[in-house]
Ligand binder design. Sequence first.
Ligand code: UT7
Length: 323
Amino acid sequence: MYRSLVTGCGAYLPAQILTNAELAKKVDTTDEWIRQRTGIRQRHIAAAGEMTSDLGTAAAKEAMAQAGVSPSEIDFIVCATSTPDETFPATATRIQARLGVGPVAAFDVQAVCSGFVYGLAVADNFLRVGQAKTALVIGAETFSRILDWEDRSTCVLFGDGAGAVVLQATNGGQAAGDRGVLSTHLYADGTHHDALYVDGGPSSTMTVGRLRMAGQEVYRHAVVRMAEAIDAALEANGLTPGDVDWLVPHQANIRIIESMGRRLNLPSDRVVVTVDRHANTSAASIPLALTEAVGDGRIRQGDLVLMEAMGGGFTWGSALVRW
Ligand code: UT7
């Protein structure tokens, strides 16, 4: 069995920033409400014509540069997104073409805010069995395009962005030590569809639709389900909360993030937070946060990094990585 090492991280955020104060001029909300209930201060918004594949390509290029891998070395691309450029083909194939990567597997996974954890799990399993050697896992979203900008209960919560990691297979040995993706745990319960969904799609309404969310119901499930996914990750590896160096959670709400940190008994400076600046970027939020914390030197080789997420479906899951 091989192990998957994370060898590079990259991120991209659109240039335009939309602050809470600017939003308060468009809908009946306040900076104070948004900050107190969610921790969000601002979000990035893709420019007209700037697509999910543009964001994902930029993040992937940065991750490949950090890993020192060329397009010819990439043999697997998975893009987690719920806001693809088009209904088909997969956004991953558009990114593949832009990067100049050869004829290798490239496809999207759609698990909404859990998408990056799902994508990481898929790529990790291909690498473990030796079916791929160097994978790009991308989370890229333009949620601004599916928001109802007249619904204050949802339009204040989301932003656009992309993050990516390069995963490389190692067959262990001295150099790798116990590093790499230790485990991934994925879950879904489709009975909760109505709590978080987009009210459109090619086979239902033949429209793109807008995001709809029963926030409190999602919140209640998020804290319970993500805690279960964290427990499953630790138990599967014979580890305890005290072993975790960094929590890199999905960035939806600072209150949810803090409650996960408390559960692990982690000091707040061991929890990577970007929700204040990025808002909820769905599948992009974890790789964006990872890229920041690796880039500024917080996450270092040997650290135990725990990721968790929950999203529409409901889907949820966790990934444990020895950096
Ligand atoms: O990424 C996928 C996972 N998503 C999540 O994890 C999101 C989970 N949910 C949440 O984060 C929170 O439920 C929200 C941030 C969405 C909402 O916070 P809340 O504390 O649950 O507020 P609420 O929905 O109970 O609304 C409280 C009040 C309501 O007014 P009344 O009925 O008490 O008079 C809302 O109408 O706040 C009102 N409200 C707003 N007021 C000002 C809702 N949105 C806004 C707003 N500005 N933007």
